[in-house]
Design a protein around this ligand. Structure first.
Ligand SMILES: Cc1cc2nc3c(=O)[nH]c(=O)nc-3n(C[C@H](O)[C@H](O)[C@H](O)COP(=O)(O)OP(=O)(O)OC[C@H]3O[C@@H](n4cnc5c(N)ncnc54)[C@H](O)[C@@H]3O)c2cc1C
Length: 536
């Protein structure tokens, strides 16, 4: 296979052109695993990241629990059954099993590579979670040492296509200035999900860019109605680590207890209370000093904003809010056609939060273990498939073109105003958390009008190009979400319809969405063999 090469840098030092076998877009865990697998298959790999691969994205700043389950049949059965009902029976064991196998293998590889898993009192490593900085630093180092070319601060803006096949991408060089074009035999999209710049921890780079680029190339998305994940955070900080709220009780301003409020099943009670008044929390269920010390050790970054303000969260009340995490801890994303992680567009593969996670967690959140496993396993599958696709391709592509979405001549707009307009539609709990036909359709109409005005807009200058694309991607993602949410006239997984509060056996299907100016939605049935009884 070819060497990554810098073909031309001559016409302008501000424009670079490179070629490779596999281009990976996004350098979170999914992208790193994809790059490692592809380079291991002898492909020449370039990985581009909007930020810095190793410290950008949802895992790098947070760390994750992992769906790491040793291969004993009883344990695996329990693991697979754990989210089936909560996810509305939209997951598939034909996906769960290979994801569990690959995750087990990948985490064990991390241990072999020297990841410092903590050791229990019996001297055994606890491999069920990783700290983001150590994990991502290790993946970056492994990828670099294996020969992956990593281009930091190189956001992708557009895919290149040739006769319906994706042949690379084009983007920005944020530090040097100018633009890059990379022609590739295959592309893996691993650009994460979309959290709508809600300031959720590590998520402001996750603006749905991959969904927009793929939809422009004709790809389908699935499960976009399962995008209403909100995390509890202190009102004064972006730390959305929610595990510690298991030790919290929730209060009104007058310090009276809000009955039924909680971080897991009681989150709706918090949301409903927030519609009319502020909510306060206190970690007062962490009874002893020993427990408090354990919690501080387990999640040190949770406490940083409290310590900075000299607030003791174990004894003092602090105001909380729900921050939208969209598809990051939701499950919607690009539809995969099989375990090879191919999208519906030739030459384009997807991994991690760029892809729908319905196959392993249905409509319930992928946070808390499944998403991390998904990023590892789909990253690996996609990397292998992309390398094979590039290898089997006959001859180099000739006329690669950016997917035409933003004509150079259209008017300019203010990206910040667009972002604010989208946030006004997707943040409100009475529209996105407690969904109704009237709320969703009014919002979707405004988003459709917004899309009409911005779809063909161009940035005033290069410095605004990324902001514009992010604003367009957020608008497109919000429209996918609400179009799908309107079509699902029932409550299932995290999708709550106030006007249809029950799960409806007749809607035991996936919702597949495609298009941009005109959105098309269709139903996809799920192998009924496994779930017929449970779903009915
Ligand atoms: C606070 C928090 C805690 C979580 N805890 C857990 C947990 O305990 N267990 C669990 O399973 N999951 C958890 N999750 C979810 C988990 O972090 C994500 O599912 C996981 O990070 C997905 O990996 P990824 O590689 O797909 O995306 P990310 O890790 O988000 O990486 C995406 C990368 O793509 C880059 N990128 C974005 N756009 C572009 C572009 N246009 N061009 C180039 N690069 C781009 C970004 O800079 C980033 O580096 C948590 C999420 C949050 C926010």
């Amino acid at each position: 296979m070819s060497q990554p090469s810098q073909e031309s840098n001559a016409a302008s030092t501000r424009a670079t052109e490179m070629t490779c076998d596999v281009l990976v877009i996004g350098g979170g865990p999914a992208g790193c695993w994809a790059a490692l697998e592809a380079v291991g298959a002898n492909a020449k790999v370039i990985l581009v990241d909007k930020g810095y691969c190793g410290s950008s994205g949802a895992t790098a700043s947070a760390g994750t629990q992992i769906w790491y389950v040793p291969p004993d049949p009883a344990g695996r059965e329990k693991a697979m059954a754990s989210r089936e009902a909560m996810g509305g029976y939209l997951s598939e064991r034909a996906w769960m099993m290979p994801v569990l196998d690959k995750t087990f293998e990948s985490v064990n590889r991390l241990a072999d590579w020297g990841y410092p898993f903590p050791v229990d009192e019996k001297g055994e490593q606890q491999r069920i979670s990783v700290q983001g900085p150590e994990y991502m630093r290790l993946l970056r180092r492994r990828a670099k040492n294996a020969g992956v070319t990593i281009l930091d601060h190189h956001p992708a803006l557009h895919l290149l296509t040739d006769g319906g096949t994706v042949t690379g991408a084009r983007g920005l060089r944020r530090q040097e200035g100018g633009q890059w074009t990379i022609k590739a035999g295959a592309v893996v999209l691993a650009a994460g999900g979309c959290a709508f710049m809600s300031k959720a921890l590590g998520c402001d780079v996750l603006t749905g860019d991959g969904y927009l680029m793929a939809a422009e190339a004709g790809a389908e998305l699935s499960g976009m109605e399962f995008s209403s994940a909100y995390a509890i955070s202190p009102a004064f900080a972006s730390i959305t680590k929610t595990a510690l709220y298991r030790f919290a009780q929730f209060y009104r301003r007058d310090h009276s207890l809000i009955e039924g409020a909680g971080s897991a099943r009681g989150r709706s009670v918090i949301a409903r209370t927030l519609l009319s008044e502020p909510v306060y929390a206190r970690l007062d269920l962490a009874g002893t000093d020993e427990v408090k010390a354990i919690l501080r050790r387990a999640q040190p970054n949770f406490f940083i904003p409290f310590d900075r303000r000299s607030i003791d969260p174990f004894t003092e009340f602090f105001e909380v809010k729900l921050r939208l995490e969209g598809t990051v801890r939701g499950t919607g994303g690009l539809r995969l056609t099989g375990l090879d992680c191919a999208t519906t567009v030739s030459g384009l593969y997807a991994a991690g939060d760029s892809a729908t996670r319905e196959p392993i967690c249905g409509g319930f959140t992928g946070g808390g273990s499944h998403n991390a496993a998904w990023a590892m396993s789909t990253g690996t599958f996609a990397g292998a498939s992309a390398a094979a696709f590039a290898r089997d391709k006959t001859g180099p592509s000739t006329v690669a073109q950016a997917v035409p979405r933003c004509p150079e001549t259209a008017g300019t707009i203010d990206p910040h105003a667009v972002v604010k307009a989208v946030q006004d539609e997707v943040f409100p709990l009475d529209v996105n958390y407690f969904r109704t036909h009237s709320g969703l359709s009014a919002s979707l109409q405004r988003l459709d009008r917004l899309w009409e005005t911005i779809a063909a807009a161009t940035a005033a200058d290069e410095s605004q190009m990324l902001q514009l694309r992010q604003a367009q991607a957020m608008t497109a993602t919000a429209r996918f979400m609400y179009r799908a949410a309107l079509s699902r006239t029932e409550s299932r997984g995290m999708h709550r319809r106030e006007d249809f509060p029950e799960q409806d056996a007749a809607q035991h299907h996936r919702l597949i969405i495609s298009g941009l100016d005109k959105l098309t939605i269709r139903k996809e049935t799920i192998d009924p063999g496994v779930y017929r009884e449970a779903a009915e």
